[in-house]
Unconditional design. Sequence first.
Length: 271
Amino acid sequence: MDVRKKVTVEEIESLLACLPGVQRVRVVVNDWGAIEEVHVLTGLGRSPKQIVRDILSALKAQWNITLDRKKVSVAQVQVGDLRLSVRLILAGLEIVTDQLSRQAQISVKLQKVEDDRTVTYSAKSEAEMHETGMLLAAAKACVKAANLTIEPDNVFTVEDVVTTRIRDKTAILVLVDLITPGRHEDLLGAALVRHEPVEATVRATLDAINRRLESLPPRGSLFRAGRMIDVPEEETETEELGEGEEEQEETEDGKAAVPGSPAGEKRKEEA
């Protein structure tokens, strides 16, 4: 009897990323679901032959996947030169209030560097004009913008926003739920109120999501997280990953921000 189990490209990349010396991994598959290329970025601590041997052994031991070593390419760089950060930063915050309807619209702009250029992601959320509602709306707008950077099978959602006191300081706590295929994970972010609570809420939300952002598949990457394929348990022909697609970058509206554009905060009120 042919016993099979499911595996995602994300699971394979997560496994290989745990190997000693490996900094970043990308897996490319063909239309038939076979691994065509494995690209690995490493430091100088281990030889490429050792890295390749570890990759082949890990795939074989974990999922019985046999891979030709010629399909693995290793690039070695100084660790200090690696631009691995995918952290999002707050680039703009706009609050528009309507005194007649007692409604507020909060717009958040986030930025990160991709391929030596700055890309902006924007989102909005509405709420009633009271502090609790506006703080929750700010956190929701932030995660909406952050979700534009990752594959849609992975989603950040806001669970709760709390204001607290620590000594003589006011702090904002934001609880975020990260939903990935087959898993939920609670993330907690915190920020001190330096200017106003809405701005601190966005910073607290970023504190929660940035620590997990690098491990998530970026939007438009070579694979689609959560796509399942059959991997044989027995020593037979190996079937690997699902259908691959051409790599492309995707941002909101397909537009990249101009590098060096001013980031700031502005507040509008409409009577």
